[in-house]
Design a binder for this molecule. Structure first.
Ligand code: HEC
Ligand code: HEC
Ligand code: HEC
Length: 340
């Protein structure tokens, strides 16, 4: 006689394999996703002793699926819960049905040239980076609609990643091939990311950079001041980073919609907080700076390396689409013509 399973085990026996099956179904669509979920040895070996482990979106996805469902009864946009196993499974299934109905996307403005299946795969990666299931940005009964400000911010942020990679990072003279992606700043949370500045008292761990002197001497007080031509010549990488950070902060209102929760801070700034609040046109924003990406590390742990992307079967197309990298991109297809 085979041993009998205790009562209740059936739910676990069905629930867990279903979750695994759905994750594996995602893997079947994109080998690239597979490699983020199970990073291969090469990328682990490139992390040196001083460099902590790179961000993994599989961890973000696991946390979304294992969280308790969030209570959205007071949500101003009437969104469905975006945490928990039920939310994740429902959204992934709705996504698969949407792909079957619309093999070509109906309303993409930045990710042009991707099939709906490819967009879906990139979205799974994006969700992991923000630690939220699809409902945070989508009404899952119609993925093409733009019903919530979070989706609009998400689109602006995809442009941000594109601008930072094409105009700044890939232009560093000694570029080591690391790109910025959502996880570089977000690291598993949709808002409230850390930053530090001369205006708040938050002091991060000391940067362990080769250029630690340049970082420590100039960053904390001067990151918001446009670097002089002499400075850029003397410190080309830090100079480029200062230009990038200044550009981003000056244009921050073009990359995110204002968070209504922050507006009451107007008139109270500067305040001591681990976020860096800036005011553009009477509107308060939480803005990123050096620390938001670097967090005391030479190479941000949430950056993604072009060498790791190239090793993937599809060139990592669904982890960081070509138009968000560098080099010449065909405007029709969005695919790389040449890539740095
Ligand atoms: C942070 C916000 C955000 C999250 C979370 C998110 N999406 Fe999206 N999604 C977007 C944006 C923005 C676009 C449009 C991109 C563009 O304009 O290039 C989009 C587009 C799509 C499309 C294409 C629809 C069409 O026909 O135009 C699909 C399908 C999709 N998302 C599925 C998903 C799925 C499935 C998830 C969860 C795994 C998800 N999204 C999570 C913001 C998000
Ligand atoms: C949007 C994210 C982001 C921001 C903001 C940012 N950096 Fe960086 N930084 C990176 C990435 C990614 C790299 C790795 C580039 C490469 O592969 O060469 C890098 C590399 C560097 C390096 C070279 C490290 C080395 O030894 O190779 C220095 C120095 C640096 N950043 C300083 C700064 C300073 C100073 C600021 C603030 C003014 C700043 N960064 C803001 C993403 C960022
Ligand atoms: C350079 C750092 C940086 C990068 C890279 C970045 N973000 Fe953001 N993002 C922020 C900051 C800072 C905020 C404001 C957070 C707050 O209001 O507390 C933000 C806000 C958002 C919001 C609005 C959240 C809310 O609840 O109001 C969404 C959605 C978002 N980002 C999505 C993305 C996506 C998707 C990507 C990648 C395509 C991305 N971000 C890349 C720094 C970044």
């Amino acid at each position: 006689m085979p041993p009998r399973l205790p009562k209740g085990a059936g739910v676990v026996a069905i629930g867990l394999p279903l979750l695994l099956f759905l994750l594996l179904a995602a893997l079947a669509i994109s080998p690239a996703i597979f490699w983020t979920l199970f990073p291969h040895e090469d990328s682990a070996a490139t992390a040196s002793a001083t460099q902590p482990a790179r961000y993994s979106s599989s961890e973000g996805i696991r946390l979304i699926a294992q969280s308790e469902p969030n209570d959205t009864s007071n949500d101003p946009y009437r969104r469905e819960p975006w945490l928990g196993e039920d939310a994740w499974i429902a959204a992934i299934q709705a996504g698969q049905e949407y792909i079957a109905q619309h093999p070509e996307p109906q309303n993409v403005q930045v990710l042009k040239g991707m099939t709906t299946g490819e967009v879906w795969s990139y979205m799974i990666h994006m969700s992991g980076a923000l630690g939220v299931s699809c409902q945070y940005c989508h009404d899952i009964s119609n993925y093409a609609a733009d019903p919530y400000p979070q989706k609009i911010s998400g689109r602006l942020m995809i442009r941000l990643v594109q601008d930072l990679n094409t105009q700044y990072l890939s232009q560093i003279p000694t570029w080591a091939g690391n790109y910025v992606q959502c996880a570089t700043c977000h690291q598993g949370q949709p808002n409230g990311m850390l930053a530090f500045s001369a205006r708040n008292s938050y002091t991060p761990a000391s940067p362990n950079a080769n250029n630690a002197n340049a970082l420590q001497t100039f960053v904390i007080d001067t990151y918001a001041i446009a670097p002089s031509a002499e400075f850029v010549t003397a410190h080309p990488t830090t100079g480029k980073m200062l230009s990038m950070t200044n550009f981003m902060r000056e244009n921050w209102d073009k990359y995110v919609l204002p968070n209504p929760d922050y507006q009451e801070l107007l008139g109270q700034l500067p305040i001591n907080n681990r976020q860096d609040f800036i005011v553009i046109d009477e509107t308060v924003y939480s803005a990123p700076n050096c620390y938001t990406c670097h967090m005391g590390n030479r190479i941000p742990t949430g950056a993604i390396s072009r060498y790791d992307l190239r090793r993937m079967e599809d060139g990592g197309w669904t982890l960081l689409p070509d138009m968000l990298r560098s080099g010449e991109v065909d405007p029709e297809t969005g695919r790389a013509v040449s890539q740095k």
